[in-house]
Write a protein that binds this ligand. Structure first.
Ligand code: NAD
Length: 276
């Protein structure tokens, strides 16, 4: 396919553009994932807490696409952190997805006050050693949380999936990733479609390139080297968000977007977030 792949630190390759399914109900996930696969996406990002692993898995099966052409990510929810509970939760996710392995399994949030993510990650190492996840990683980890995993466990996380968009560019965490060969995956890459896609600066770049604001923002992520997983339930937007390979932002465009960084979080702060 025309989607570039990045090579993770354990040699597994991952499509740089995937499809996120947060907030798509289980009965609609079948249709939405079906549209995404038809449009050419091969990487799907779900999570136990999204409640749509079954619909997602059914769409994967119905597509007839070979398993080794798909890249499936799911995530461990907060209530299941801990060694044994992680192993059980992983079994449940696989069963819902109807798969015998996932490509990537992530710890959804670090919950640092609970101090369970190291034990949780040790269960992830077992899951990977058993061949049931091709790669393991984390989500919403900040450099101190990552550093603790590096100190106390053996497998360097392949991926850290974090909130990242032009108004929250995450320079410090991205630098930590680069230093330790951890891939950066951007969640809410379009800023959840709210203000960012109406931003006048993005609008000007869209005009300049004859593209939509969403395409400009996705192109920016790709040129930075981020893995990106935009979400839409609308077939025309699903296609639009996949059509980001026929043009390039130039150095001026990139520095213009660099200027939009505003430390603007849409989601919770991982240092304090602890909701079941
Ligand atoms: P997003 O930035 O992908 O924005 C999605 C929204 O933007 C859509 O609901 C729609 O309203 C709008 N949109 C999409 N395409 C558009 C287009 N072409 N033109 C105009 N508007 C458009 O936000 P998201 O869903 O929050 O994030 C994407 C994925 O990231 C999620 O589905 C999920 O898989 C993942 N995610 C992970 C976490 C985490 O904690 N790990 C948190 C949030 C999201």
């Amino acid at each position: 396919s025309k989607v570039p792949h990045i090579t993770l630190n354990n040699g597994v390759t991952m499509p740089q553009l995937g499809f996120g399914v947060w907030q798509i109900p289980d009965d609609e996930a079948f249709t939405a994932v079906g549209h995404a696969l038809e449009a050419g996406y091969r990487s799907i990002d779900t999570a136990a807490i999204y409640g749509n692993e079954e619909g997602t898995g059914k769409a994967l099966a119905a597509s007839g696409i070979a398993r080794d052409e798909l890249f499936v990510t799911t995530k461990l929810w907060n209530t299941e952190q801990g060694y044994d509970s992680t192993l059980r939760a992983f079994d449940a996710s696989l069963a819902k997805l109807g798969l015998d392995y996932v490509d990537l399994y992530l710890i959804h949030w670090p919950l640092p006050a609970r101090d369970t993510y190291v034990d949780t990650y040790k269960a992830f190492e077992k899951i990977q050693a058993d061949g049931r996840a091709k790669a393991i990683g984390v989500s919403n980890f900040q450099p101190p949380h990552l550093q603790r995993l590096l100190n106390e466990t053996s497998v360097v996380p392949a991926v850290n999936q974090i909130e990242l968009h032009p108004e929250l560019q995450q320079a410090e965490t991205r630098a930590f990733h680069a230093e330790h060969d951890i891939a950066t995956e951007a969640w809410s890459p379009l800023g959840q479609g709210k203000g960012l896609l109406e931003n006048a600066t993005i609008g000007k770049l869209a005009e300049k390139h004859g593209k939509t604001p969403a395409q400009i923002v996705l192109r920016w992520h790709l040129q930075l080297g981020n893995v990106v997983i935009p979400k839409s339930a609308t077939p025309s937007r699903i296609k639009e968000n996949f059509d980001v390979f026929g043009f390039e932002l130039d150095a001026d465009d990139l520095s213009t977007i660099a200027g939009l960084d505003a430390d603007k979080r849409l989601g919770p702060d991982p240092a304090t977030f602890d909701v079941a």
